[in-house]
Design a protein around this ligand. Structure first.
Ligand code: SF4
Ligand code: SF4
Length: 342
């Protein structure tokens, strides 16, 4: 039986692995299976969207892992202190599209979320590529942000191990409002992941560092411990040649100017990322999003087409677990000689 390293211990060892399971995926059975696969693979944390349906699906998968393997990763719930593309969906009314449109929106969408019937919300991860592709400007964006009262109520009922706050320059006040909402929820949170990148907000590394120091002060006042999530690419689903290196390059630029606390890579991370780490050094860990979902997708889809859970299909489960292991194992077994940032 595989044993997962405790989250705090993994952070100090540089072998922390988080999987982002439910940022956009609204397919509830798949979320349970995805959480189960990566939980069984031994990751320390599963990060899901702040949606009660998604959270209960994730818990179902984690309960199953705990019962079968005796291990349980942290559950982290993601919220945002302002408009954020992780909380965005594209939408349009297909009835308004001319029949002779060459459908550039459909061709540009990286997740095949667009078809003749419109946008499949379970596939759309809010990257925004289609918005500017439509010559008639028929596609708009919709953000789903919770109020602070809704955050309090959701966190209080879900009782997660950790919360992630997506933040951006100029949002210190709303960040602190979320911390207040968390305090009212009275949940003992092990860590607050602060998610921000330079590229997404068009800022330089120095400005990102300044933002992180501001958030550090706010967290310190509230006696909360951070994980600094460095988003190399704005979205975890932004995969492509070279994206795996971008988060590392951001880490290299910022680690001497960052506030105290573990630095974790995210955004475009993939199988290649670990190969680009400087020898014997590196961040406290990594988050896998789009790639983690993509490599397991064939088994999730096949289970769906059989109308069963992946957990009830032994051959498919084994293959999916093996595939998940190949992605996360190099990080889980990582032992950097000189870990500077934990
Ligand atoms: S291009 Fe991006 S925003 Fe548009 S539907 Fe596809 S995933 Fe969603
Ligand atoms: S590009 Fe615009 S008009 Fe053409 S199919 Fe897409 S949404 Fe419709």
């Amino acid at each position: 039986m595989k044993s997962a390293t405790d989250g705090e211990l993994a952070i100090t060892r540089g072998s922390w692995v988080k999987v982002i399971c439910g940022a956009s995926n609204q397919d509830i059975p798949s979320i349970s299976d995805l959480c189960a696969v990566y939980g069984a693979a031994g990751v320390q944390c599963i990060d899901v969207a702040a949606d009660s349906g998604v959270i209960s699906a994730a818990k179902k998968g984690l309960d199953w892992v705990e019962a079968k393997y005796g291990i349980r990763p942290w559950l982290m719930i993601s919220v945002s202190d302002g408009k954020d593309n992780h909380f965005r969906k594209a939408r349009f009314d297909p009835k308004r599209c001319p029949i002779d449109c060459t459908r550039p929106c459909e061709r540009i969408c990286p997740t095949e979320a667009i078809s003749k019937v419109g946008v499949d919300l379970s596939r759309c991860y809010g990257c925004g590529r289609c918005l500017s592709a439509c010559p008639l400007d028929l596609i708009d964006e919709k953000y789903k942000l919770l109020t602070n009262n809704e955050i309090t109520s959701l966190i209080s009922s879900a009782s997660p191990d950790a919360v992630e706050i997506h933040t951006a320059p100029g949002r210190r006040k709303s960040f602190e409002e979320i911390l207040k909402a968390l305090k009212i929820a009275k949940v003992n949170l092990k860590r607050i992941a602060v998610s921000c990148g330079a590229e997404a907000h068009g800022i330089k590394t120095e400005a990102l560092s300044q933002l992180l120091w501001e958030r550090h002060n706010s967290l310190k006042q509230n006696k909360l411990k951070p994980i600094w999530q460095l988003d190399g690419r704005p979205m975890s689903g932004d995969l492509g040649p070279g994206t795996g290196r971008i988060a590392i390059s951001l880490w290299e630029k910022i680690h001497d100017m960052a506030p105290p606390g573990p630095l974790q890579l995210a955004g475009g991370t993939n199988e290649e990322t670990i190969k680009h780490l400087p020898n014997g050094r590196g961040p406290a860990g990594i988050a896998f999003g789009g790639v983690a979902r993509k490599i397991i997708k064939p088994w999730l889809e096949e289970a769906q087409s059989r109308n069963i859970s992946l957990r009830d299909w032994p051959e498919g489960w084994q293959e999916a677990l093996q595939t998940a292991n190949q992605l996360v194992e190099p990080w889980l077994s990582r032992k950097p000689k000189n870990l500077q940032d934990c």
